[in-house]
Ligand binder design. Structure first.
Ligand SMILES: [Mn+2]
Length: 340
């Protein structure tokens, strides 16, 4: 089965899912609202279907998502605890992954037991891929929208609040609260349905977006001070070093939304954040307001992602990486601006 930007036959997808009993749900490392929300929605549906289902991720769950982690249903992979269960697993569904390698030790365990893998995602994937079942729709605003489409076909009972909490979280976070250019009528119809099912949208918004730690604000202030503008202000970028992270005792979670912040500046078409991860490793995250295709730039660094939100890593110290990344990005943004 390979629905790679072709019309998805959710009935066929459901035939695979409903014929499996023990099912593992997982998502990428450093999970976001879309990956977690999609898993949780599917989890509660499959529990209703009396499946033997678990959510196991390679990363721990950021605490702001505690409200969808009812009873600790989102587990973090622990070989000594999960291996026995995985041995008899019949199907793995991976959500929002972009690249299967981003499930780290979960992928290793899955491959050890040769478990069939279904990919449900809105990131681009090559036609030739290692998934047993590939279900990709890059037009979907969120993987959570695809889960909703699946449930329309697969679920006879109405949605319940737990499922809607997951779907709403997925769609809200991947559309920047229904603001980004990917937001379509389907996203809004999902929001209506979630409201009708009792989702407390204001409370979810506050938990995710009005919950900044003080250390996050300190790092943000530092990042803002270091913003540079190129190409008459159409491209802006900044960076965060390990030294600053240590100074404020900040962690990865505290850096969420930094690239979006730069994109929000007047006149900026392309935004870039560079994060120093290790002495010889930097991560870059690109954002676009919609004119510049930034996954082209990420791809030139062997990364990937969406047209207007993408990323890559570079194995160089930040002092050198900055120049390499900025030079290349200026060149590629300029090229695209010339053709507008
Ligand atoms: Mn997503």
């Amino acid at each position: 089965m390979n629905f790679n930007n072709s019309i998805i036959d959710w009935k066929q997808v459901d035939n695979v899912i409903s014929s499996s009993n023990r099912i593992l749900l997982t998502t990428h490392e450093n999970p976001d609202g879309d990956g977690l929300g999609s898993e949780v929605a599917m989890y509660h549906h499959l529990c209703d279907e009396k499946k033997d289902v678990k959510i196991i991720n390679c990363s721990i769950t950021p605490s702001m998502f505690d409200y969808i982690n009812e009873g600790g249903c989102i587990e973090t992979y622990n070989e000594s605890y999960h291996l026995e269960w995985l041995k008899k697993c019949e199907l793995v569904i991976v959500f929002d992954v972009g690249d299967f390698n981003r499930t780290r030790n979960v992928k290793e365990a899955v491959e050890r037991f040769n478990i069939p893998v279904m990919n449900i995602d809105h990131h681009p994937h090559p036609d030739k891929n290692d998934f047993s079942y590939n279900v990709v729709d890059i037009k979907a605003a969120a993987t959570g929208c695809m889960v909703r489409s699946y449930l329309e076909v697969a679920r006879s009972a109405p949605l319940n609040k737990k499922i809607c909490d997951g779907i709403y979280t997925a769609v809200m976070t991947d559309t920047g609260c229904f603001k980004y250019s990917n937001t379509d009528t389907y996203c809004h119809s999902i929001a209506i349905e979630c409201l009708e099912n009792g989702v407390d949208t204001n409370s979810i918004y506050q938990k995710i977006y009005e919950n900044s730690s003080k250390k996050r604000v300190s790092v943000l202030a530092h990042m803002i001070e270091n913003i540079s503008y190129e190409l008459d202000g159409k491209f802006a970028w900044s960076y965060v070093t390990i030294e600053i992270m240590k100074k404020y005792e900040a962690n990865k979670e505290d850096l969420e939304g930094f690239p979006d912040f730069i994109r929000s500046i007047e006149g900026v078409e392309a935004a870039l954040m560079i994060f120093e991860i290790e002495d010889n490793l930097c991560r870059m995250n690109f954002r676009s307001k919609g004119k510049i295709i930034v996954n082209k730039i990420a791809k030139s660094f062997n990364g990937g992602g969406h047209a207007f939100a993408s990323g890559a890593v570079l194995h160089q110290p930040i002092s050198e990486a900055k120049k390499v990344i900025i030079d290349k990005t200026i060149e590629m943004v300029q090229e695209q601006l010339d053709n507008i």
